[in-house]
Design a protein around this ligand. Structure first.
Ligand SMILES: Cc1ncc(C[n+]2csc(CCOP(=O)(O)OP(=O)(O)O)c2C)c(N)n1
Ligand SMILES: [Mg+2]
Length: 548
């Protein structure tokens, strides 16, 4: 039976449409069924997943690839709690995600309501803002505010709890304008931009470090423009391995030599060894641009007189202001230094000959496995490479060159790869999506093969199957010795490929390396969500250094 009055739930979807949203990643539940009902009469599509955390990861990857805000709708209490951990990945990845969680009705709070929980408090540490809607009349305004906060400054997730009585009551409030949803830029003052351009020009070995939000497709374009305009190297950091990110080759050697580092919205934290020697030159000076005044204060405290300038601005606005200032004159040329930096980033000790990495103990070497995937990425200029953590993930990030990359980022949380692949495919329906993940990681969200099948969102997941949680096994061997390695083994040659086919996807099991290229082709040609399950040796992740 269709309700005639406009409810809070209808007003919410109407507001989402004003914000340009046509897709919501969701898992149903009592508290949000009015929103499902409202969706029947809207043009908004619901992608119904199998676990709430997966919905957050999908929205996160969708946001990375679409440039819009990813929207998630889950139920209250345990549904909300399931979504929480995945918000941390979006927060560290600096992605605008709005989590809408159903909530016990306001009129029952404090009376022992079904699934009553302190939801806003739970989400607070992993979001930029987190609150509970208090009235139907202001619901669309709450949503606009959530969108604005998610996109402004350093973007990130925002949580809004939706009490069921607020959703179900009749709406008669005001409707926000499109502009109210948009980001509020924080510009870099022209004088500061000029001063930074001058300092860069005067430095011998300067480097600009950009944050994860600039690892998106438009972000990479901005970074390229900035590199050109400033005539200095600009590097995007997004890996929890920080200066040891194998995807950045021998960058650690460069960082140790810089005399000026400009942090363009990149936090000075563990990824940069807190800015300390010997990872950084003892005399290296810093310029810090950030929207977070606490980060500016922290840099001033830790770097003291080595902090030569700090400014409040968001990374995108600051990049544009720096390009403008450089165009007005004063940018230096650091061609030789830029070439040195690029050579370090491109450096890989292993070359491209897979024969140098023969199989052992019945499994491929991770390098050989990844080298066999590269030709596919080379043939597809629009391919998206998605990668998760673990040792095999580090190999894939080090070896594979892809037009677009989505990784789990500074959060260092494993498990996002499969939902990331689905979210990326939803945002880019024509692009082939290749994901590489470990056998341990595969277990977190393998049920999402079902979501991908139901929604016709094909991708290929290559599972490096070493029958281990190898990253942790390697720590045990290194720190405690092999005889004390405990509890980090997984089933031998487990058939993860059969999981994919059981759920309606396509499965390939690769025991011999020479069978991998054919299996990969068949997996993509199937047009289905596919798992290529490859037996590998379980090699420690690479740390790239050149012999000097
Ligand atoms: C959510 C979460 N849980 C646990 C960890 C710790 N962790 C990091 S890598 C890893 C092992 C991953 O195993 P697998 O996916 O098989 O990759 P492998 O290291 O074996 O190549 C674990 C347990 C983490 N980073 N994130
Ligand atoms: Mg493993």
């Amino acid at each position: 039976m269709k309700s005639t009055a406009m409810r809070g739930a209808d007003a919410l979807l109407e507001a989402l449409k004003v914000a340009g949203i046509r897709t919501i990643f969701t898992l149903s539940g009592n508290h949000v069924m009015s929103v499902f009902d409202a969706a029947v009469d809207s043009e908004i599509e619901l992608i119904h997943v199998r676990q709430e955390g997966a919905a957050v990861h999908m929205a996160d990857a969708w946001a990375r690839m679409s440039g819009k805000v990813g929207v998630v709708l889950v139920t209250g209490g345990p549904g909300h709690a399931n979504a929480i951990s995945a918000l941390y990945t979006a927060k560290c990845g600096e992605m605008p995600v709005v989590l809408l969680s159903g909530h016990a009705p306001l009129r029952e709070l404090g009376l022992g309501a079904f699934q009553e929980m302190s939801q806003a408090e739970m989400a607070a540490p992993v979001t930029k803002a987190s609150w509970t809607a208090q009235s139907t009349a202001t619901l669309p305004k709450d949503l606009a505010r959530a969108f604005r906060i998610a996109q402004s400054g350093r973007p990130g997730p925002v949580h809004l709890s939706l009490p069921s009585d607020v959703l179900e009551a009749e709406f008669s409030g005001s409707r926000p304008e499109v502009a109210e949803f948009a980001a509020e830029p924080q510009a870099l003052a022209p004088a500061a931009a000029r001063a930074i351009v001058r300092e860069l020009a005067n430095a011998q070995r300067p480097l600009v470090i950009a944050p994860p939000l600039l690892a998106t497709p438009p972000g990479r374009k901005l970074v390229d423009g900035l590199r050109q305009a400033l005539g200095v190297p600009v590097v995007v950091m997004e890996s929890p391995r920080g200066i040891n990110d194998p995807g950045l080759g021998a960058i650690a050697e460069i960082l140790a030599e810089c005399d000026l580092i400009v942090l363009l919205g990149k936090a000075l934290d563990f990824t940069l060894r807190f800015g300390k020697a010997p990872a950084m030159a003892a005399q290296c000076r810093w310029i810090v641009i950030d929207t977070d005044v606490e980060l500016l204060a922290r840099a001033a405290r830790t770097q003291k007189q080595r902090l030569s300038l700090s400014a409040i601005a968001d990374a995108r606005s600051a990049a544009n202001a720096l390009m403008q200032a450089a165009a007005d004159g004063g940018a230096g040329r650091h061609e030789q230094w830029a070439a040195e930096v690029q050579a370090a980033i491109d450096y890989r000790p292993w070359g491209s000959d897979a024969a140098a990495f023969p199989p052992k103990n019945g499994g491929m070497h991770s390098t050989a496995m990844c080298l066999a995937l590269q030709p596919f990425l080379d043939r597809h200029a629009d391919a998206i490479f998605v990668c998760d953590g673990g040792e095999v993930g580090q190999w894939a990030q080090a070896v594979l060159k892809a037009p677009q990359r989505v990784i789990n980022g500074f959060a260092g949380a494993i498990g996002s790869a499969i939902p990331f692949a689905i979210g990326a495919r939803k945002a880019c329906p024509g692009s082939p999506v290749l994901t590489v993940l470990g056998d341990g990681t595969f277990g977190f969200h393998m049920a999402e093969f079902d979501t991908a099948v139901r929604n016709n969102l094909p991708f290929v997941a290559v599972v490096g199957n070493d029958a281990k949680w190898n990253a942790e096994y390697q720590i045990q061997v290194r720190d405690f010795g092999e005889p004390r390695a405990l509890g980090c083994t997984l089933g031998q040659a487990t058939r993860y490929d059969l999981v994919a086919s059981a759920l309606g996807g396509h499965g390939e099991f690769v025991v011999k390396g020479e069978d991998l290229p054919g299996a990969l082709e068949r997996a993509f040609a199937s047009g289905k969500p596919a798992c290529v399950n490859v037996l590998i040796q379980g090699t420690p992740a690479p740390i790239v250094r050149r012999k000097r």
